[in-house]
Write a protein that binds this ligand. Structure first.
Ligand SMILES: Nc1ncnc2c1ncn2[C@@H]1O[C@H](COP(=O)(O)OP(=O)(O)O)[C@@H](O)[C@H]1O
Ligand SMILES: Cc1ncc(COP(=O)(O)OP(=O)(O)O)c(N)n1
Length: 535
């Protein structure tokens, strides 16, 4: 089974996940748990029923298995119409059902298959007859990931259930070799305060590939653990379809499940082992809010600090030291070159042509602005030539942050990371323009704004560049794109967007403060300067 990065719908970012599993009418396990889990973790859920159980939180009283040709019709109906980004397989019940699903996998070839080899429910009820185990092993060879619990792991390797974490890991390794696929060993049924899981690579991956990844977790003190295996495997399938990385998918799914277990006692469902709270995080309230509103509010204090920076006050007053201004321009020119490359990356990741074109044009105008900075401001007025000078610590950190998001983050995260450069710069421009106008009205004869008793404003021409209507338009479009990306993002991505925006905003503020910080450092006694050798 091909396990390369999946391509879920690039526009919505919502993958289509198919659960092939049994029905648990009490809603805690089976397809009912799968649908809740897939939906809660950012996927679109589909379900094909393999078997019907009469079940509640205390146990299973009957199982009805519909004919396998009807199962095949359900599977074909979906595959003929819908792009399937990942499949999760749960209860199969019989060898015939397992073989039917295996034949369909060979035919439909979905890109990702997560198999939870359900054999026994928490209540102790058998959910797989004896001769079906071989058929499930056969099916497991076609899976991208198999997620047995301790008892199922023992059956699959033909041994007694592991009594310790190290024994479970050993059985997991044996199973991965036997099946030729990756295995998630789950510590849920072992004693102890911790509840680790471990992702064991497929043998072909293990040669020079990734090592076993242990994902630690704390044990949530609750009796309500019905359906944890179903919920976890569905969440992993969903998060893998979104992220394309197994350790990330398992980490995100496990962390979400921990929240669902913590919220389980809030539910009042049945007298036995109750279900977990799939929607513990609620429908993400941020889905209905604009990113730009959330983010702007989030950096309220930072914005106030930025507008009060001595650099801006001195710029407006016209008494900013020329060396500080030159340093600022020089760092800006260095920054713009990297920023342009990051914008080009956003263009490459953009889901639609109009967004692609927007980022490409922004990347181009950065390079043009950089050239203009050198031509008009740097070489002429400060004697600094193009490419001269090193990036200072703030420029370096800001560019590193942007490059890291461009390399590792999603499109939504990258859009959030590049936005402050548009938006805060525009806000600084508006602020400076407004104050300058106010002062002109207060002191029509004096600075700033032209010729007064103390002479022309030295930065009037620079301040005038802030009034560029083209930049205001581009800022409005970048904000609109960020709002769209946020609407389509998963809850995890929304959090990452806010963090990326917050970091960039902080660097943006520090960027305007960098000339002052540099001048202060230069005034410090020699033995306190960076790199000083102390006797
Ligand atoms: N009490 C608990 N606290 C935290 N995590 C748990 C708890 N019980 C199970 N888990 C986690 O739930 C997932 C399902 O594990 P497990 O219960 O072993 O499987 P199954 O539900 O298939 O029997 C695993 O990630 C496991 O670590
Ligand atoms: C219809 C159905 N499918 C699977 C299970 C067992 O699910 P699992 O998630 O392994 O749940 P617990 O063992 O934690 O209950 C089921 N009970 N019913």
């Amino acid at each position: 089974m091909d396990t390369a990065r999946t391509a879920c719908d690039p526009i919505s970012g919502i993958p289509n996940i198919l659960s092939i599993a049994g029905s648990d009418p009490s809603g805690g396990a089976g397809i009912q748990a799968d649908i809740k889990s897939i939906s809660a973790t950012g996927g679109y859920a589909m379900a094909v029923v393999t078997a019907l159980t009469a079940q509640n939180t205390r146990g299973v009283t009957a199982v009805h298995t519909p004919p396998t040709d009807f199962l095949r019709q359900q599977l074909d109906a979906i595959a003929e119409d819908v792009r399937i980004d990942a499949v999760k397989i749960g209860m199969l019940g019989s060898a015939a059902v397992a073989r039917c699903v295996g034949a369909w996998l060979d035919h439909a070839r979905p890109p990702v298959v997560v198999l939870d080899p359900v054999m026994v429910a928490t209540s102790g009820a058998r959910l797989l007859d004896d001769d079906a185990v071989r058929a499930v092993v056969d099916l497991a060879r076609r899976a991208s990931l198999v997620t047995p619990n301790i008892a199922e792991l023992a059956v699959l390797v033909g041994a007694d259930p592991a009594a310790s974490w190290s024994a479970a890991l050993e059985q997991g390794r044996v199973l991965a070799v036997r099946l030729g696929t990756r295995v998630l060993v789950k510590g849920g049924h072992l004693p102890g305060e911790r509840c680790p899981d471990a992702l064991i690579p497929a043998p072909q991956d293990a040669t020079g590939g990734p090592d076993t990844v242990v994902l630690d977790g704390c044990r949530v003190p609750t009796e309500n653990t019905h359906g944890t295996g179903c919920s976890l495997s569905s969440a992993i399938a969903t998060r893998f379809a979104v992220t394309g990385d197994w350790p990330t998918a398992v980490r995100e799914a496990k962390s979400w499940l921990e929240g669902a277990l913590q919220g389980a006692d809030l539910l009042d469902v049945g007298a036995g082992s109750g279900p977990v709270h799939h929607f513990h995080a609620g429908p993400d309230p941020r889905a209905h809010q604009r990113f730009t509103e959330l983010a702007w509010r989030d950096i309220g204090e930072l914005r106030r600090n930025l507008l009060e920076l001595p650099f801006l006050t001195a710029l407006m007053e016209g008494d900013l030291p020329a060396t500080d201004f030159a340093y600022y321009l020089q760092q800006d020119a260095l920054y713009l070159r990297d920023y342009s490359a990051v914008l080009a990356r956003a263009a490459a990741m953009a889901p639609a042509e109009d967004e692609q074109l927007f980022w490409l044009s922004a990347a181009t105008s950065c390079l043009q602005t950089e050239a203009e900075l050198h031509r008009t401001w740097l070489s002429g007025k400060t004697g600094i030539r193009a490419g001269e000078g090193d990036a200072g610590p703030v420029t370096r950190a800001y560019c590193d942050h942007l490059r890291a998001v461009a390399g590792r983050g999603s499109y939504a995260e990258l859009v959030a990371a590049v936005l402050p450069c548009f938006w805060l710069y525009a806000a600084v421009g508006d602020h400076v323009q407004e104050r300058v106008q106010e002062r002109v009205q207060e002191r029509p004869q004096g600075r700033p704004g032209g010729h007064g008793p103390s002479g022309p404003h030295p930065y009037a021409a620079w301040i005038a560049t802030y009034a560029d209507p083209g930049f205001a338009e581009a800022t409005a479009r970048a904000k609109q794109i960020a709002d769209g990306a946020h609407r389509r993002a998963s809850p995890v991505e929304r959090t990452a967007m806010l963090a990326a925006f917050r970091w960039s905003a902080a660097y943006e503020r520090d960027f305007f403060d960098a000339p002052r910080a540099r001048a202060a450092a230069r005034r410090a006694p020699a033995d306190l300067r960076e790199g000083a050798v102390l006797a």
